[in-house]
Design a protein around this ligand. Structure first.
Ligand code: MOS
Length: 733
């Protein structure tokens, strides 16, 4: 199905099943521990061996020698795979650094060997017996702040240049020029990277893995091993969190495949938790200079954002300026992005890459600017709203209700009763503060296919290689098919994550929900057409599907009767047309937060959070809310605790486990409320829906930071807002 014009009224609009809060259909599997996760798929291949990886102990250089003789002689060991025994392996285009092969070391904990043994304990013990000598390179260092001055002298990449920024900024009545930093962050998903691989014959590879993008994983394995797609099978039905670190093939899959190729048996490999932060990817550290100029009335006249982040050579770093070209109005604009090459582990996508970091800076800057102007920060944002791209006014937002998010949020949160004077409201030992911020995240949708099989018993099966990374894909896909076929959700079975199914958009960039449901819709439309044909009606839209029956004219036929001769199968792909390029598709939020900061300890408690979201039609308010509150939890982490500590001398993340890398726990989370505006975006998909999975994270950390400032009167521009940054500036007890 080609989606070549804005959606008009269609069967998905009935909203009998879609749009209703629906508990996850895969929930019972998860709560009973029976959802098959990659590392526990004991049944898929017999005689599984266990591989344990070894990571490089240097960041940059090469291996001079590797002695594996002791490891090979250790109990239970079946094989030792050494990076020095092969050329550097191929690489999928989205991976920046090759995953294995050759003596060259590009980052700490790069995989350099795998021990395959009968048991996990034997493999791990033998790995410790490998002796490696390195020749370590000098580098330009691993400290972004120390390299900033030199980097500023290089030309950056101009992302947007409109009008004359420098002059307008110099002439503005009120100006702000501040620099903000965000640290490197780790995805810290619950399920580690894990794969069981079986290599058969000359090159038939099956992997049972944990990956967000099945088709990219197939392609990645082809690129790494020089295989053809028809010979690679990927299965990833359940994923215990990804947040971007499981978008592309990673070392677990490559090592497991190598181990299986060597031993002729299935091999399973999980990356040990302490190896994940440095072996895989992270969200890059950023340094962001923001300049805003405005008239006395608060109208922005000049906006400048100069963002810098780190990357392995050839990578993309963190595009922290992503939102700034279009989030607020202003006739003079200069947005620049700079990348500093560094041999830290690979920087790559982490949930809401770009906006998550960018809004952490921009939305503090907006708060500071509002204060300078003596304006309510809600009002300051509202008067600088734009309905078009400020750099290209011909290009409009398909739908943008940001101001309504701000207004509703202020009303519902009780913004009028907020603490007005920073550092002035106190409840015993606690300083109370209120803050808010805007949220913005792009809403892409991409090609997605699905197959629907109507069964003789009147139920339907949907098959697509879409993944559910904890987001609720199973459920919204079931809702879509149920709506289209007039069934209850319990009459739809959804099968995901298998590369033998039609290729979906996969899970990433908050495109998954909108794209995969649109693909399911397309397949269902095709099935409805086939059913219409069988009923002798050329016009499928004249058919009414309800309660397991289809009505044409005055004839009502049960689906069981229609499929009585055998299942009816329909498959289709949704393709998104060029007409959408005239529009900016995005999602919006307004975040409101109340914090309490202890005057004696500096401890921050986030007491109350409200997000008002504009994300098109909400397919399942229950799972969408879960996505948004999850993003808000992640935002508390980003604001108050998350930070990969760089060993700037040796070039690695020192706090590479969940003891050292702190994320919020239940005790950190108090009241969270989410409101979805009742909007539809007909430009987005036939279901008029957009993504929401990353929106919840966008802007929230700045809202916490602004509330923290409002509580304490101490402005911190370097995340996370840890105790040491505020303690000596708090009022006396
Ligand atoms: Mo998302 S960072 O594209 O998984």
């Amino acid at each position: 199905m080609d989606f070549n014009q804005p959606a008009t009224e269609n069967p998905a609009d009935r909203q009998r099943v879609l749009g209703k809060s629906t508990p996850r259909i895969d929930g019972p599997l998860k709560t009973t521990g029976t959802a098959p996760y990659a590392y526990e798929r004991h049944d898929v291949a017999e005689g599984q061996l266990v591989g344990y990886p070894l990571g490089s102990a240097i960041a940059k250089g090469r291996i001079v020698s590797m002695d594996t003789s002791e490891a090979e002689a250790a109990p239970g060991v079946q094989a030792v795979i050494r990076t020095t025994d092969m050329d550097v392996l191929g690489k999928f285009q989205m991976n920046v650094v090759p995953l294995f092969g050759g003596p060259e070391i590009l980052h700490y904990h790069q995989a350099i060997a795998l021990v395959v043994a009968d048991s996990f304990e034997e493999a791990r013990a033998a790995t410790a017996l490998i002796r490696v000598e390195y020749d370590e390179d000098e580098t330009d260092g691993f400290d972004l702040a120390a390299r900033r001055e030199a980097a500023l002298e290089q030309e950056g990449e101009i992302e947007q240049e409109v009008g004359d920024f420098e002059t307008a900024f110099a002439e503005a009545a009120v100006t702000l020029d501040e620099t903000y930093t965000t640290p490197a962050e780790s995805h810290a998903m619950m399920e580690p990277h894990a794969t069981i691989a079986l290599w058969e014959g000359e090159g038939n590879l099956s992997v049972w893995t944990s990956n967000q993008m099945v088709a990219w994983n197939v392609q990645g394995l082809c690129d790494v091993f020089g295989l053809n797609k028809e010979n690679v099978h990927v299965d990833s039905p359940f994923i215990g969190g990804g947040f971007g670190v499981k978008l592309f093939v990673r070392a677990d899959a490559v090592l497991a495949a190598l181990g299986s190729r060597e031993t002729g048996r299935p091999v399973k490999v999980a990356l040990p938790r302490p190896m994940i932060a440095n072996n895989t990817t992270h969200r890059a550290e950023t340094i962001q200079r923001i300049r805003i100029g405005a008239n006395e009335d608060g109208t922005i006249t000049a906006i400048g954002h100069d963002g810098m982040s780190e990357t392995q050579p050839g990578g993309r770093g963190e595009n922290c300026t992503a939102q700034t070209p279009v989030f607020y109005a202003g006739p003079n604009r200069l947005i620049v992005n700079r990348l500093v090459d560094m041999y830290l582990p690979e920087a790559n996508a982490m949930r809401a890459p770009g906006e998550a970091s960018g809004l952490m800076a921009l939305e503090i800057a907006m708060d500071e600017m509002a204060e300078k102007l003596g304006m309510d920060p809600v009002e300051f944002r509202a008067i600088n709203d734009t309905q078009v791209d400020p750099g290209d006014p011909e290009k409009a937002f398909s739908e943008r209700h940001f101001v309504e998010c701000l207004r509703q949020g202020a009303e519902r949160f009780g913004w009028a009763d907020r603490n007005q004077e920073p550092g002035s409201r106190r409840e015993g030992m606690w300083l109370i503060g209120h803050g808010m911020a805007g949220g913005y995240r792009g809403a892409p949708s991409t090609t997605s296919a699905a197959r629907v099989r109507l069964q003789p018993d009147g139920t339907a099966i949907v098959e697509t290689d879409m993944t559910d990374i904890g987001t609720g894909s199973y459920t919204i896909i079931a809702q879509t098919a149920a709506e289209m076929l007039g069934l209850g959700v319990d009459k739809v079975e959804v099968r995901l994550g298998d590369s033998s199914f039609p290729v979906s958009a996969g899970s990433g960039g908050q495109w998954g929900a909108s794209s995969s449901t649109a693909g399911t819709y397309a397949a269902c439309v095709k099935l409805r057409e086939e059913i219409a044909r069988r009923l002798g009606n050329d016009d499928a839209s004249a058919l009414e599907f309800a309660d397991g029956k289809v009505t044409t004219g005055d004839r009502t036929v049960p689906l069981t009767e229609i499929a009585s001769d055998g299942e009816i199968v329909a498959e289709d792909t949704i393709n998104f047309g060029d007409f959408r390029e005239k529009f900016i598709l995005a999602t919006f939020a307004a975040h409101f937060v109340e914090v309490a900061v202890h005057v004696g300890t500096g401890e921050t408690r986030v007491r109350r959070m409200l997000a008002v979201c504009d994300a098109g039609r909400i397919l399942n308010p229950l799972s969408a809310r879960s996505q948004v509150i999850g993003g808000m939890v992640m935002g508390i982490g980003a604001a108050l605790m998350e930070e990969l500590a760089v060993d700037t001398g040796r070039g690695f993340f020192a706090n590479h486990d969940l003891a050292g890398y702190e994320v919020p726990v239940h005790a950190d989370i108090h009241e969270q409320e989410v409101v979805f505006l009742d909007t539809e975006d007909a430009t987005s998909t036939p279901l008029k829906a957009k993504g929401v999975g990353e929106l919840g994270l966008c802007g929230i950390a700045a809202a916490v930071a602004n509330a923290h400032y409002n509580a304490t009167g101490v402005r911190i521009r370097d995340y996370p807002l840890t105790l040491d940054k505020v303690l000596d500036r708090l009022p006396t007890i």
